[in-house]
Write a protein that binds this ligand. Sequence first.
Ligand SMILES: Nc1ncnc2c1ncn2[C@@H]1O[C@H](COP(=O)(O)OP(=O)(O)O)[C@@H](O)[C@H]1O
Ligand SMILES: [Mg+2]
Length: 277
Amino acid sequence: MNGSGFTLTNLTKVYSSKKSDVLALDDISLAVPEGSFTALLGPSGCGKSTILRILADLESYSAGDVTIHGDSPAAIRKAHRLGLALQDPSLLPWRSVRDNIRLPGQVMRTSIPKKRIDDLITMVGLDGFADARPAQLSGGMRQRVAIARAIVAEPEILLLDEPFGALDEITRQRMNEELQKLWSATCATALLVTHSISEAAFLADRVIVMSPRPGRIVGDLTLDFPRPRRRDLLSTPEFHAICDQLSAMLHAGTDGSDDDDDLQSDGELASVATQEA
Ligand SMILES: Nc1ncnc2c1ncn2[C@@H]1O[C@H](COP(=O)(O)OP(=O)(O)O)[C@@H](O)[C@H]1O
Ligand SMILES: [Mg+2]
C-alpha cells in the first residue's frame, strides 16, 4: 500500500429543501491508503450512502474537500476509473449476463478482451449462465453479475453500497468470500458501506463507525486478520472480540438518541423500518 487512496477533508453535506435542511454529514475527515479495503459501518440514516455517492460524483457536497487517487470525484468518474455496485444490482433485463458485464467497456469505448469476461464469469461462479438473462437468475447470482460488472474495467476505486443487503445470511457470507477474492486480484481502493458488523469485520482492513444525525465518525478500527480470510475466522475469539469492539462503538455513537432501539442485543444492527433515504 502506498500513496493516497481517497481523502475526505472536513466534509459536510446539508440536504436542503423548502421545508427544512438536513445536516447529513458533519465535518468528516478520513484518509485511506491506495489499495486498502475500508468499511463504513453505521445505522440507517448516518450518511454512509451520502459519502459513497459523493465519492462516486453522484452527489454534491456543501463544504470540505474530496480526492480520489489525487483527483476529484468528477475527474475519476469521467475517466471511468471507478466501479460501483449498489444494493439493487440494476442489470439491463434484455441483456445476457455476458453483455451486462461487458457494458462498462462499451460505455468507455474500449474493448474488454473476451477472456477477461469469461474469467470473471468463472470467478463469480456463473459458468453456464453467460447467455442467461437477469430474470433467469437468483438474487445472489444477479448481485454476482453486478460485482463482476463493477470490476471488469479494473477500476482504481471500488464503491460498494450494501451490495449483499438483500441476500440471506448464508449466501451473503459466500458472496463476501468471493468479493474478497475478486478484490484481492485487483489493486483497487475499496469502500464498502454496510450495517453488518460481521461483514465489515470479515472484509475490511479498517472499519469506520458512524453515528446518525448528523453523521459523524465515532470509531476507527484497523483489523489485521491475515488474508485470504476464510469462513472459520468467523468462529474465532479474535473475530468475536473485534465484533464486540465495533458493537460498543456503535452503541456509544447512538447512546442518548432515539435510534438506540435499532441496535439488537447480539450486536448486529437491525435495518430501520422507517428508512428515510
Ligand atoms: N436526497 C436527499 N434529500 C434529503 N435528505 C436526504 C437525501 N438523501 C439522504 N438524506 C438524509 O440524509 C441522511 C443520511 O442519509 P444516507 O446517506 O442515505 O444514510 P445511510 O446510507 O447511512 O442510511 C438521512 O437523514 C437521510 O434522510
Ligand atoms: Mg444507505
